[in-house]
Design a protein around this ligand. Sequence first.
Ligand code: AMP
Length: 126
Amino acid sequence: MTTYDPNPYDPNNVFAKILRGEIPNKTIYEDDLTLAFHDINPQAPVHALVIPKGAYVSMEDFSARASDAEIAALFRSVGKVAEMLGVTQDGWRILSNVGSNGGQEVPHLHIHVFGGKKLGPMLVKG
Ligand code: AMP
């Protein structure tokens, strides 16, 4: 049994509002368990976000509490989105910022998908 106790999920975070349809998004792909949409402030020619529909703060929260189906769905969505956005031929990157040191701004697990140019050794964030 896991003893992991994540930060409480904030149901008013921006991605929760997107999932409830309270604010708009540019959807790329959606299924029962995941949603993928374009980042509002793209850091590369292709910059998408893939999120689980469940209320998970971070990767450790997700990996501890999510069902196998949710975990599989998230990673299948990431692959589908990369195909849909046309980045698989030339290469691309995924990133998930977690917590303060990771620079996480939105406390709902999200996987960034970057592509469309040479991304360099690492994406630097202020
Ligand atoms: P992070 O710093 O990893 O938490 O990333 C949060 C990301 O969410 C940033 O890249 C923002 O540009 C993006 N973002 C914030 N609000 C929205 C929104 N309403 N629609 C799409 N992307 C957003």
